[in-house]
Write a protein that binds this ligand. Structure first.
Ligand code: ADP
Ligand code: MG
Length: 205
């Protein structure tokens, strides 16, 4: 491990439930300074550029609550979709082309207009997360929205590459898993990349 000493770490956290983990990890990521956030954003942008072209349509997110932010240059140079609450609750999230935003009823900014695409119609989804482990398990904010959006991928003709973006301090030895939790293909932090194996043969890479 090559975590910077200046950054807090979550890896010392004992085996705890999702709710407790969320509270501790959210406090950790919020404790990062503006300079640490900017550096993290720069490094994640560089790693995403090095990944090369995965496809045309990429879902990203507007960072809040200390989440790692995508650099503006990345947003400007790609076709970016943002998550929105899907009108059909079964799907959790839809993804609309980036544009003028409005606040959802959860008080999260989302594109106001446009057709909501489903997860399988995208080439890559960059997911925010509260915590992760090296096996690609993701802890979200507790709404299960991404789990619902990804739940039907196995029944679709294709599926997107799923990459969670996180600060290094959001790593945990084990993220507790429920049957509905959908694992990610990879996790990228400023200093590490973890790929889950085996990657399915329907995978775009
Ligand atoms: P998060 O993924 O945001 O960390 P959880 O995994 O704890 O949150 O899920 C939160 C809630 O979302 C769960 O209590 C579960 O009932 C619901 N949920 C998650 N995935 C699905 C799904 N595919 N279908 C229906 N409900 C789901
Ligand atoms: Mg979950």
């Amino acid at each position: 491990m090559t975590h910077s000493r200046a950054l807090p770490m979550a890896s010392h956290l004992p085996d705890v439930d999702k709710k407790t983990l969320r509270r501790q990890l959210r406090a950790l990521r919020r404790s990062l300074s503006k300079t640490q956030q900017q550096k993290a954003s720069f490094l994640i942008g560089r790693k995403l550029n090095a990944l090369g072209r995965v496809g045309r349509n990429i879902a990203a997110y507007l960072a809040c609550d200390g989440e790692i932010a995508l650099p503006r240059t990345f947003i400007r140079t790609h076709t970016i979709f943002l998550p929105c609450l899907h009108p059909n609750k079964q799907f959790g999230l839809g993804f609309r082309l980036i544009g003028k935003t409005r606040l959802s009823h959860l008080q999260i900014p989302e594109p106001a207009r446009g057709k909501p695409y489903l997860a399988w119609q995208l080439d890559m989804i960059l997911l925010p997360l509260v915590g992760f482990d090296q096996q690609g398990h993701r802890l979200g904010m507790g709404g299960g929205f991404y789990d619902r959006a990804l739940a039907d991928l196995a029944r679709r003709p294709k599926r997107p590459l799923l990459i969670g973006l996180a600060h290094d301090c959001q790593e945990c030895p084990i993220i507790p898993q429920d049957p509905w939790d959908y694992p990610l293909d990879g996790i990228m932090t400023p200093h590490h990349t973890f790929w889950r194996r085996p990657i399915t043969n329907k995978h775009p890479l």
